[in-house]
Design a protein around this ligand. Structure first.
Ligand SMILES: [Ca+2]
Ligand SMILES: [Ca+2]
Length: 176
């Protein structure tokens, strides 16, 4: 398991309906490193999150629509380069919250890295909608990479029958 620690950039979370479009002007000195969530008036249901990306940090962006339950990840990992970072997204719900977390180091292969050692790379965690920094997302005692249903605590084994049909060439046969 890695000795890296995931830290919250800040506890800031803003409700979209309370905001108006703002100009982004993050700096390293801004409170909360300038984290802002704003309506993007150019896109229907569009929003934009921006913050100051400090050099030496790897950032992860999360969202919640009601602040209850688990925060989900945007499929995004950003490397800080002492410059503003931003991410635009569409959210049909009238309420959305965003937060940024970070590692205090740069990941050389941020999407290919398995940050929690569960057998899923960070990219695969995005695909399966599992937690990047918790090896057993659904808490059923089976790590995500070995769990056939990593988001369903009621099951972890595939109990169906797998079959293979070969279509090309036309006379292909599946060997037993
Ligand atoms: Ca993982
Ligand atoms: Ca599990």
């Amino acid at each position: 398991m890695s000795t890296r620690h995931l830290r919250a950039l800040c506890a800031l979370a803003l409700a979209a309906p309370l905001m108006t479009p703002v100009a982004f002007a993050q700096t390293a000195e801004d409170p909360n490193e300038g984290l802002k969530l704003a309506v993007d008036t150019a896109i229907t249901n569009g929003y934009q999150v921006s913050w100051w990306g400090r050099s030496g940090r790897t950032y992860f962006l999360q969202r919640s629509e009601d602040l209850t339950g688990r925060w989900s990840y945007f499929p995004l990992i950003e490397i800080g380069r002492d410059a503003p970072l931003s991410y635009g997204f569409v959210n049909p719900s009238p309420l959305v919250f965003a937060r940024v977390t970070y590692l205090d180091q740069i990941l050389a292969d941020p999407y290919g890295t398995d940050s929690d050692g569960d057998g899923f790379s960070n990219q695969e965690e995005f695909w399966f909608k599992t937690e990047l920094f918790s090896p057993d997302h659904d808490g059923d005692g089976v790590v995500d990479g070995l769990d056939a249903f990593p988001t369903d605590p009621a099951r972890h084994l595939f109990e169906g029958t797998l079959s293979v049909t070969l279509n090309s060439p036309p006379d292909a046969l599946a060997l037993p």
